[in-house]
Write a protein that binds this ligand. Structure first.
Ligand code: OFO
Length: 170
């Protein structure tokens, strides 16, 4: 059984993951408008990943006998200043999510909830991958100054991304 505090905090994180999903879907729409179909695809996959993160929390709350309480999702931004700005904001956002996951882990430790600690470790590891993947893309975009042939090739590459549900792997 989850403690009340743990249940509340896990519910907050379900909302945060859905917010992330909306955030990336909004970026996908913006990139589509700018003619960057590959980057738009990448963001759409990112959206799917966030939904899978939310559902993993959802299933866990249910599994531990807690109550899922879905809350409204705050409005997300709709415009950015080009593709470099988009990926800078993505990196900042993922760093913020990492700190949310770390805070959840701190709470699990304070609540002496060893099961939640084990569950949250998956997200701790996932955030390392999220941050490093985005940093790599940002480095590449900066190398070509977010334009020209370089951007054309990067966009083509981003168009190859497909959704793999990492939450199904341990
Ligand atoms: Fe759910 O990891 Fe990104 O936000």
């Amino acid at each position: 059984m989850l403690t009340k505090r743990m249940e509340i905090e896990l519910n907050k994180q379900i909302n945060a993951e859905y917010w992330s999903a909306y955030f990336y879907l909004s970026m996908s729409a913006y990139l589509e408008e700018k003619g960057l179909a590959g980057a738009a695809n990448w963001m759409r996959i990112q959206y799917q990943e966030e939904i899978s993160h939310a559902l993993k929390f959802f299933d866990y709350v249910v599994e531990r006998g807690g109550k899922v309480r879905l809350q409204p999702i705050d409005e997300v931004p709709h415009s950015w200043n080009g593709i470099i700005d988009i990926f800078e904001e993505t990196l900042k956002h993922e760093q913020k999510v990492t700190s949310l996951i770390n805070s959840l882990m701190d709470i699990a430790i304070e609540e002496r909830d060893h099961a939640a600690k084990s569950f949250l470790q998956w997200y701790v590891d996932e955030q390392v991958e999220e941050e490093s993947g985005v940093q790599t893309l940002l480095d590449q975009l900066n190398m070509v100054e977010g334009k020209g042939n370089g951007l054309f090739l990067i966009d083509k590459d981003l168009g190859q991304r497909v959704f793999v549900d990492a939450t199904k792997k341990d």
